[in-house]
Ligand binder design. Structure first.
Ligand SMILES: Nc1ncnc2c1ncn2[C@@H]1O[C@H](COP(=O)(O)OP(=O)(O)OP(=O)(O)O)[C@@H](O)[C@H]1O
Length: 243
């Protein structure tokens, strides 16, 4: 039987008196594209922040690839194969696209591998997202959509088993979104993808399964057809989103 890539058990996180994530039990199988949806403030970003180690849980456990990672610092999780890109653009504006990605590659090198390995890894990631011809451009001078792609390249350069994307299509044009969907499908041939996404057409096209958060709790999970017809989800999210 295939083992899950990621599991959370009773995962919770409090901010003062507010329970942002409430006893989340979650299982992600290798090779999946999983979307996380839910209204604003539902706890989606907090949940993925717990998985990648940006913040630590108040209680509960996280397992990744057969190991318990609940208390591991973020950089150790990166080495195990968890990469993430966040809502807020995190590129270094003054560094070239290449240097941004090369920094990511260096994070994966534990044995001081050669500059050749860095170059190879960085260029491969830039090629995957279609930015190889802009390798020398300072990241801050790239168009917004290209900066978002650069962030994905920075994630890919970590050669992740799990790539977490938080609202990657936010601010992209329709044409860019179409390219993005194709890119995610391509990435999913090698990595498991966990994506927080507000754009429903993107979610419905891409996700094998969808997990719905509301007020910190997972209220539903299923394939796109199941989620579309789930009345609790419609009330919590889809109904609200469409007035
Ligand atoms: N560092 C923090 N300190 C205090 N409260 C926080 C912090 N981070 C998140 N919260 C609160 O936790 C709740 C969940 O927030 P979170 O950002 O995880 O939701 P979300 O589902 O990602 O929302 P959005 O779709 O708007 O990004 C919100 O009420 C938010 O205000």
């Amino acid at each position: 039987m295939t083992q899950p890539l990621l599991t959370t058990k009773g995962l919770s996180r409090d901010f003062g008196g507010l329970r942002a994530v409430d006893k989340a039990d979650f299982t992600l199988m290798p090779g999946e594209i999983r979307a996380i949806i839910g209204p604003n403030g539902a706890g989606k970003t907090t949940f993925v922040s717990l998985i990648c180690g940006r913040i630590l849980p108040s209680s509960g456990a996280i397992g990744f690839n057969g190991a318990e990672i609940t208390a591991l610092p973020a950089y150790r999780r990166v080495r195990l194969g968890i990469a993430y890109t966040f809502q807020v653009t995190s590129v270094f504006a003054n560094l070239s696209a290449y240097d941004n990605v090369a920094l990511s590659v260096q994070r994966t090198l534990t044995d001081g591998r050669s500059r050749g390995a860095v170059r190879e890894g960085a260029m491969k990631a830039l090629e995957q997202v279609g930015l190889a011809d802009r390798a020398g451009t300072p990241a801050g001078q790239l168009a917004y959509g290209h900066q978002r792609l650069l962030e994905v390249a920075m994630g890919l350069a970590l050669q992740p088993k799990l790539l977490i994307l938080d609202e990657p299509t936010q601010g992209l044009s329709d044409g860019e979104i179409e390219g993005f969907v194709a890119l995610i499908r391509e990435i999913a041939r090698e990595a498991t993808v966990l994506i927080i996404e507000h754009n429903m057409p993107v979610v419905m096209q891409l996700a094998h399964r969808i997990t719905v958060f509301d007020a910190g709790r997972i209220i539903a999970e299923g394939d796109p057809a199941e989620i579309r017809t789930n009345t609790q989800v419609q009330e919590a999210y889809l109904g609200a989103a469409h007035g």
